[in-house]
Write a protein that binds this ligand. Sequence first.
Ligand SMILES: *[C@@H]1O[C@H](CO)[C@@H](O)[C@H](O)[C@H]1NC(C)=O
Ligand SMILES: *[C@@H]1O[C@H](CO)[C@@H](O)[C@H](O)[C@H]1NC(C)=O
Ligand SMILES: *[C@@H]1O[C@H](CO)[C@@H](O)[C@H](O)[C@H]1NC(C)=O
Ligand SMILES: *[C@@H]1O[C@H](CO)[C@@H](O)[C@H](O)[C@H]1NC(C)=O
Ligand SMILES: *[C@@H]1O[C@H](CO)[C@@H](O)[C@H](O)[C@H]1NC(C)=O
Length: 404
Amino acid sequence: MLAVALLMLCAVSTQALDNGLGRTPPMGWMTWERFRCNTDCKNDPYNCVSEKLVKQMADRLVEDGYKDAGYEYINIDDCWSNKQRDAQGRLQSDPVRFPSGIKALADYVHSRGLKFGIYGDYGTKTCGGYPGSLNHLELDAQTFASWGVDSLKLDGCYSNVSTMKTGYPEMTKYLNATGRPILFSCSWPDYERASHIPINYTSVADNCNIWRNYDDIQDSWDSVTGIIKYYGDNQKTLVPVAGPGHFNDPDMLIIGNKGLNVNQSNAQMAMWAIFAAPLLMSNDLRNIQPVYRDILLNKEVIRINQDPAGKMGKKMLERNSTVEIWVRTLAGYEEYALLFLNKGSKPKTVNISLKELGFTFDPGFEFEDALDHGKFIGVFDTIKYYNFTVPESGVLLYNLYFSS
Ligand SMILES: *[C@@H]1O[C@H](CO)[C@@H](O)[C@H](O)[C@H]1NC(C)=O
Ligand SMILES: *[C@@H]1O[C@H](CO)[C@@H](O)[C@H](O)[C@H]1NC(C)=O
Ligand SMILES: *[C@@H]1O[C@H](CO)[C@@H](O)[C@H](O)[C@H]1NC(C)=O
Ligand SMILES: *[C@@H]1O[C@H](CO)[C@@H](O)[C@H](O)[C@H]1NC(C)=O
Ligand SMILES: *[C@@H]1O[C@H](CO)[C@@H](O)[C@H](O)[C@H]1NC(C)=O
């Protein structure tokens, strides 16, 4: 029907992990970027990684509107466990910081209508030096399932990376064998990338619901733009492997912390929507400023992120190494998300036609401003040139509909 040829993405026919989870990118909250491996509950009881912290975040998720917006996972990252396994060889939580145990914590999270995620490591130790799962993969899968875990991030520190291509799929099998659907987040391709080992994304998507491709996010705009650059540079590989049940993970949302201003926060939220990326916040929901909360709760941007077709957007072009233009095809091929990203420190005006971006539908497109609650902007002709002024270190994000 409509020639949007440049935007057509060839889907790879993967088996994909058949656990029914992550049909749209998972949303929730995670400890790592904000709270790291803070285990000092004696001197810093408010911020240490503990059951108290996790419960408080679960409460905030429910009471401040995040759950209603779609955020449902509460995930603990590294540094939750005891330094030793128990007498039966099972992982156990730190007795001081998690005195009630992980099962009780998962029960609490479930009682609030949320899902509970935990962290493990494929190697001999976690990145923070806690017990790793090497030679214990099956037992650890069973332990997590018995605790009521709904999501597992399996990191890859202290491991032989060349064994990951068989080791991660082994964990997929053990998780499946527990009978409990557990969303599986793999760090596998990121470690292979860093070790210059070829990545088989068909196999990654067959075995993982989400996977990290690139460096850990840090609390800065440089870190965010570095990740965006990696995604743009590697889109030929990354776009075809994303789909319902299997998504690229550019790492946590850092909105509400110190590193991003308002424009940059809108930019991260909008780019993650274009990427079809998991929306896992790592921030302090107990004292976040309302302006950042509103960005995280932006319904229109979340709607784009959660589009049921699950296609990752594409970078269509870049102007002067400063402005990038991305397009994501939404469900039914009747709607698109169009994003202008300005990485520079001054507002930039781009003069462009929709045709130049691959849109060839003659009656034109209706534009809505996704950052402004879907406000109607007007009908744009396909061949005419228009000026788009993009805020400094910020974005414009539009929903485009075929005009009748
Ligand atoms: C296990 O895998 C089978 C076959 O792919 C699938 O039908 C089933 O839903 C999976 N179970 C869980 C708990 O992931
Ligand atoms: C890592 O695993 C590969 C593949 O099994 C093996 O050939 C290699 O010897 C291992 N390296 C080390 C350091 O154990
Ligand atoms: C990649 O993995 C898929 C699925 O496991 C497999 O069929 C294919 O042969 C692998 N490709 C390469 C190049 O190893
Ligand atoms: C790119 O830079 C050139 C030279 O500074 C300028 O003439 C041109 O207008 C710029 N293009 C855009 C889209 O900003
Ligand atoms: C965001 O962009 C607008 C429009 O260019 C600008 O007026 C504002 O100062 C920017 N705010 C920040 C925090 O960068």
